[in-house]
Ligand binder design. Structure first.
Ligand SMILES: [Zn+2]
Length: 263
């Protein structure tokens, strides 16, 4: 599964502005966090964040830069704004657009539902041939444009600011589940066999044993070796490895006999 993430606006175009946020900045934060969340689950590429995909489209540069046909899914991230930036305090929530040519919208429906579960209103899946996602669709690649929430709505942006990582997780999980990808932590839990655990434990023991003993025990070690309390004086003692009950028993017994013999 090859995924292309596009952060909306940028390269001099701030996009919508509201509540102390700038769209181009936030789309880049979300795209970076999404790429990290999906790392290891699929092949994630990010459209150059110093570029503006829509400007590139108008300049005839988009398809050359994006190479849409190389991907299985293209997700463009935006933040919404009420027309003419006159916020009404009522228009809020998350919505996602696919082109009129997109055959199915299961992934997109799940995505806005997952974002809504974090606390934003679900405005659903809509269809519009926005130019960037339209070019992807024309190249044969499924595409969607997600409007995370309304940047000019104070309630939306308070939720976004407080739950940004939950929103990113919701988007990532809907892609992972929607495309049947493996969740990274699950993969690790399931593939750790007893034999692998044993190999790790043995490696750890060997690493511990290879450590040089601490200076504070120098006199104790010298006494123990000279008096035969620890066996094999002059050999490798593995002082920093773990001790078994039988070794403790043997050392106790040797110490006892040493004391008795000295009386
Ligand atoms: Zn936008």
């Amino acid at each position: 599964m090859k995924l292309l993430l596009i952060a909306g606006h940028g390269a001099g175009d701030p996009g919508a502005v509201g509540n102390g946020f700038q769209e181009a900045t936030e789309t880049r934060k979300v795209v970076a966090a999404l790429a990290q969340a999906l790392d290891g689950c699929c092949d994630v590429a990010t459209y150059p964040t110093d570029r503006n995909a829509y400007s590139d489209y108008k300049a005839g540069q988009l398809t050359k830069t994006a190479q849409f046909a190389r991907y299985d899914y293209v997700l463009e991230i935006h933040f919404n704004a009420v027309k003419a930036s006159t916020t009404d305090g009522k228009t809020k929530g998350t919505e996602i657009y696919v082109t009129t040519a997109e055959p199915g919208t299961e992934v997109e429906q799940a995505m806005v539902a997952a974002i809504a579960a974090v606390g934003l209103t679900n405005r659903g899946v809509k269809r519009n041939n926005w130019e960037v996602i339209n070019q992807a669709r024309k190249a044969g690649t499924s595409s969607a444009l997600l409007e995370i929430c309304f940047i000019d709505d104070a309630d939306d942006m308070a939720i976004y600011a407080a739950k940004q990582s939950d929103i990113v997780e919701a988007i990532a999980m809907s892609i992972i589940d929607g495309f049947g990808l493996q969740r990274p932590e699950q993969e690790q839990e399931e593939t750790m066999t007893y034999e692998q655990w044993k190999a790790f434990a043995q490696r750890y023991e060997a690493e511990q044993a290879a450590q040089a003993p601490s200076q504070w025990s120098a006199a104790d070690r010298e006494w123990a070796e000279n008096n035969g309390v620890v066996a094999g004086a002059g050999k490798k003692m593995d002082y920093m490895s773990h001790v078994t009950k039988e070794e403790v028993t043997a050392m106790c017994h040797r110490t006892y006999e040493l004391v008795v013999n000295q009386q």
